[in-house]
Every structure is written in structure tokens, then in C-alpha cells.
Write a protein that binds this ligand. Sequence first.
Ligand code: DNO
Ligand code: MN
Length: 394
Amino acid sequence: MKEGWRWYGAFDKISLSEIAQTGASEIVTALHQIPYGEVWPQKMIAETRQELSAASFNWSVVESLPIHEQIKRGEGDLSQLFANYRQSMANLAAEGIEVICYNFMPLLDWTRTDLSAPVARGGSCLRFSAPKMAALELFIIKRGEAANDYSDDVVAAAKAWFETSTQSDRDALLKAVMAGLPGAYDRYDAEGLREALKDYRGISRMDLRSNYKRFLDEVIPAAEDLGLRFGVHPDDPPRDILGLPRIVSDSDDIDWILKAHPSPANGLTLCAGSLGANPANNVPAIARRFAGSIHFAHLRNVSKEPDGSFEETEHLGGDTNMVDLVSVLLEEEGRRASQGRADAQITFRPDHGHTLFDDDARGAHPGYPLHGRMRGLAELRGIIAALSQVKCAA
Ligand code: DNO
Ligand code: MN
């Protein structure tokens, strides 16, 4: 497996020379400065590539090439947006990019309610509290629909939280919810989010699926021609939020996506932490079922709570058996290698990490601190080395 590290370019507080010391060989990045829907110019891609290779990194995975909200909503004439997307793909392929990670989450990216929940032995982690998310939806944004996706107990806890919260608690909650949006993406205040939700009014799960299929039909043939592999990132959390449907949340969804436009170029980013937050998802089993379609992996762990809340744990410490999961990926690599395939090695990255030591003071992007991710990478590297040796000896 190839060790990757997400880097936010000019937006990142962690330098390439520091990342080099973690041992990672692959940088996973994007042109975060380019607004949604615009073409990524080849010249800028080339400049990033040169900057990375001067620091002795390889760049073969883009995360993410974002999809304009209009495409997700299936709104209006989309031909220019699709043409722009394909042009960005061609420019990326011309600079040696092989894998494109993207997601199909309406409006938001990964969503948490707390950016620095305390960890017992020190440091902090990202947390998703179902009651706090429900409080945001029902009492702050007042999205106006019935709370049919939260249990009565969660709604009661949400109400209790809201009634005792201060304005600064509510501001911090909204800030946490927006933290998953990287770079130049739109961020919303309460009013802005309420307005943005209006554009999705009436869009059902089936509508979103057909808009997604249209996207795949528009881009996957081009990906095949260009030698690019697409890996959809699962919804995080893998459930509906803000009353918006989420359609990349479990095994059935993944099966639907792969069948919607069957192609070796239409595949997955296996994000263990995202999938792992749904109690119905057995992550190693999902990886085993779809192993042939995994083009990129995010390895991290979560610990789930009965009300739908969850917390990001140490990489080896949560509900997902990371040794089992890594062994699935290594077996798949072995299968590909025995077929002499050029894509035999799967790039992974330690997805998020705990905030440790001086990570907080450095002000790294939430979830993407230096020390916590380095710890995660080191632990994962240990698993990979151990399993590889056992396999070789057998
Ligand atoms: C969460 C993270 C996300 C992810 C994007 C991919 O698990 O990995 O930020 O990168 O959703 O598009
Ligand atoms: Mn992920």
C-alpha cells in the first residue's frame, strides 16, 4: 500500500518538509482555490505537481474534484458544467493524476458538531452528537420539516441542549458543522444555510440518484479514455442530515452506484471512518464485497453510541477491526499484482487524527493535525508491515 497524506496547499499550516518526516510518500490534494464548477487549469496543476516533486512527493490522487451543487440538484442546463468537469479531468490526466476522489453529499461535506471533544488520556477528537445536530436542524435552522429522521429521545435531548445553550455555543456548533468544507467552498451562516436548503426542496432520494447517474454517464466514459479511476467518498455521517437525502451510505447504495454505470473507472474511496459510523455497516465486509472497485482508502476509526452519536477514536481503537480491514486491502493488492496490473497498489491515508501536543496551537485544519495523523499513520504502517511479513512467511 502507498502511504498518503492530505495536504491543503496554501491553506495548510503543515509544511511539505514536515510531512516528509512522517514517512508518507504520496500527497493527496486538490486545487482548493478554484471555485466550484470552474476548470482547473493545466498550468496550475503542473505547478502543484512540480512543487510536490521538488519536495520528493508523488501526486496521483486528487481529493476532491468537487461537483457543483447544480449538478447534484439536476438543475437547468448542465452541459457547460459537465464540459468543465471533463476538461479538469483531461488536465489532471495530462499531469499524471490517476485517481479522482469525489463525493455526492448535498451542500455539506463531512459533518461534526464538536471539533475538540476531550480524549481521556489528553488531546481532543472530532465528535458527532445526534442531539446537537438535531438542535441545529430543528431549533436553529428551523428547517421546518417533521423530525422524522431523529428519535423522540434525540429530539428531547436536542430541545434540552438548545434551551440551555448560549449564543456562543450555537455559533460554535454551526462553525463545527461547516468545518468539513475545504478551501474555497461556500460556508453558510444560519440564514444562509436555511436559504441553501430551499434550493433542495422537493428533491427526493430517487431524484438525487438519477442526478448522480447522469453525472456518472457524463464523466465515466471520459475517465476511461483518459485512464482515470473515480472513487466516490461515502457520506459522513452515513445518514440523512438537514432533511437532505444521502445516497452513498451503505452496501446497497454502493451496489447501486457501481451498477448505475458499470466500468472499472467507476469505483470507491473506501473511507472506514465514514462507513463505520452506521451501525448497520460492517466495514471489513463492505471492503471484501467491493474490493475490486476500491481505488483509494481512508483509514480511521469511530466509536458509536446508541443514540446515533459517534466519536473519532485512535486509529486502532474504535468499532472497526482495522487489522481485518487492512488484510482485505492487502489481499486485493495481491490479487491485482498476480494479474500484473499497474494499479495493484492502493494509496491510503490516515484520514483524520486526534489533536495532540501543540496541534491545537498551530491551528491546523480541523481533523487534519500533524501529530494525530502521524500517530495514525505509524500505527497503520505497523499493521501493514506485520501482515505483509506474515503473508510472505506463509
Ligand atoms: C472525511 C474526509 C472528507 C473527504 C471528502 C471527499 O471522511 O475524508 O473530507 O475528504 O468528503 O470528497
Ligand atoms: Mn474519509
